[in-house]
Write a protein that binds this ligand. Structure first.
Ligand SMILES: Cc1cc2nc3c(=O)[nH]c(=O)nc-3n(C[C@H](O)[C@H](O)[C@H](O)COP(=O)(O)O)c2cc1C
Length: 145
């Protein structure tokens, strides 16, 4: 039995922050989202991604082995750097079961949600603790519906 088989029943989530590389454009953001949604649908991964032009904050949830595999890909992905894990937890159930990858970016409408969990006006996920990151992702998600 390989590790994928043995871990298949254990559901986890992982939340990380990363810094977008300077040459990453709006088109790249769309490509990342599309790639995430296509791959995740095939791999049993769900989650939530938020970004502005400088940072990403993402929660991925799914079988532990798949989440670890994706983590290896994310770490070497040249479109961002300084990946820092904010939280990992075992789950009883998924938070984003309807989304291969939900997403939100800062807008006028959701500015108050970012501010609610931040000490700064600008969005900087490196300054969030696990609870705030989780709260932020959840509220952004609820607002999107
Ligand atoms: C911020 C960010 C978020 C990403 N999220 C995902 C994701 O949720 N799922 C995924 O499969 N790939 C995601 N990727 C892409 C992976 O790093 C990697 O390029 C991809 O999984 C490789 O897929 P491939 O083997 O089909 O080429 C993300 C990349 C970045 C920069």
């Amino acid at each position: 039995m390989n590790s994928v088989t043995t871990d298949a029943h254990i559901l986890i989530s992982m939340t990380y922050a990363s810094r977008a590389n300077p040459n990453v454009s709006a088109t790249d953001f769309n490509e990342i989202l599309q790639q995430a949604q296509t791959n995740n649908a095939a791999n049993g991964i769900t989650g939530m991604l938020t970004f502005n032009k400088d940072y990403f904050l993402q929660t991925i949830e799914g079988p532990r082995a798949q989440i670890n595999r994706l983590l290896h890909s994310l770490i070497v992905d040249k479109r961002h750097h300084d990946l820092q894990i904010i939280d990992t937890r075992e789950l009883k159930h998924r938070e984003w079961s309807n989304w291969s990858m939900n997403y939100a970016s800062p807008t006028e409408e959701n500015a108050a949600i970012y501010l609610k969990y931040s000490t700064t006006i600008g969005f900087n996920p490196y300054l969030l603790n696990a609870e705030s990151a989780y709260g932020l992702m959840n509220e952004l998600s609820v607002q999107k519906g």
